[in-house]
Design a protein around this ligand. Structure first.
Ligand SMILES: [Zn+2]
Ligand SMILES: [Zn+2]
Length: 346
């Protein structure tokens, strides 16, 4: 075992995040990565604000962060990775043994150890630290010319590419995205990159609607504007595919009306625990409701798309702050009237 003391962004409890030294350990089979930067995600914000993210409750201090990139400081003994290589880190650590993993559905693995998650005890520490030890399979090298601040969007983009794939072929399709935070906005870009001809977004925030248009939405509508939204319900429904990225109960229950017969709804927003759902139109229109959770091989696809410039995520980057300002950065990232994605620099 090797050992090192590094500064890390640690959440102790709700509203108690500190940048503190901690010891990390790694074996010869692992890779030591010097972290360059990382994006603050919804789950980091939830741990900061509530000490929990969905069902995962903090029981001990945990290093935050699952969207990060870095440079290999020490390569694993038996891998093709090299010291100095720039890598995006896939935060997924599926068991690889269970039936779901064997079927290629590693994202659904019941023993998934996802970095920066309090789902299991002891918690799985995240990547918001000067250095982090990972397994070689988690490292996706990327080209010298690519910008780290762009590649740091690989994890949220992977979530969105997975959601787009859940919907099947999008070529020529009309698409609605409800919720235009970083995930909704990246779904807009991923749907357009996948051939959708029309992508409309909704969000109650004017700032989010402007970002949606910057990311390629042909229109961005306030969902409370019934004059506009009622037109989507005419003739059985306007959209072929709807992506629900807000988690808001109103948005979830509104989508069946806006989806054309035989259309598809993909749910990727998490929020309202329960929703009054119009089952009638769902069945008479044979609308398919599909869940979307994290990603599998889409992580590597996301790195390649970002490297090639197929998607430009930079309109979503609102601020870059030093790791010592983590509390301030989390507060800023929590306020969607001021920020979309905030990155920490290590
Ligand atoms: Zn994320
Ligand atoms: Zn598994």
């Amino acid at each position: 075992m090797h050992q090192k003391t590094v500064n890390a962004v640690i959440v102790n409890a709700a509203h108690d995040v500190r940048c503190e030294p901690r010891d990390i350990e790694w074996s010869d089979d692992q890779v030591l990565v010097r972290v360059e930067r990382g994006g603050i995600c919804g789950s980091d914000i939830h741990y900061f604000q509530h000490g929990r993210a969905g069902m995962s409750v903090l029981k001990e201090p945990m290093v935050l962060g699952h969207e990060f990139v870095g440079v290999i400081e020490q390569a694993a003994a038996n891998s093709s990775l090299k010291v100095g290589q720039r890598v995006a880190i896939n935060p997924s650590q599926p068991c690889t043994q269970c039936a779901l993993c064997q079927e290629g559905k590693q994202n659904l693995c019941r023993s998934m150890r996802f970095m920066g998650s309090a789902q299991f005890f002891p918690h799985v520490n995240g990547g918001f630290a000067q250095y982090v030890a990972v397994n070689p399979q988690q490292c996706v090298p990327y080209g010298e010319k690519a910008d780290a601040k762009i590649i740091a969007f690989a994890e949220p983009l992977a979530v969105c590419i997975h959601a787009v794939r859940q919907a099947g072929a999008l070529t020529g399709k009309r698409v609605l995205v409800t919720g235009a935070g970083p995930i909704g906005c990246l779904v807009i870009a991923a749907a357009l990159a996948s051939g959708a001809t029309e992508v409309v977004a909704t969000d109650i925030s004017e700032r989010c609607r402007a970002l949606a248009e910057e990311m390629g939405a042909s229109a961005a509508v306030d969902p409370r504007d019934e004059v506009k939204t009622s037109m989507w319900a005419e003739n059985g429904g306007h959209f072929d595919v709807c992506f629900e990225a807000s988690g808001a109960a109103m948005a979830v229950s509104s989508l069946v009306a806006f989806t054309r017969p035989g259309g598809i709804i993909v749910q990727l927003g998490m929020g309202a625990p329960e929703v009054n759902y119009p089952i009638g139109p769902l069945l008479v229109k044979e609308v398919q409701l599909r869940g979307s959770f994290r990603f599998t091989s889409e992580f590597t696809t996301a790195v390649r798309w970002l490297e090639q410039g197929k998607i430009d995520p930079l309109p979503l980057l609102s601020a870059e702050m030093d790791m010592h300002e983590a509390t301030h950065a989390l507060e800023l990232a929590s306020d969607k009237e001021r920020a979309a994605k905030v990155q920490l620099i290590f």
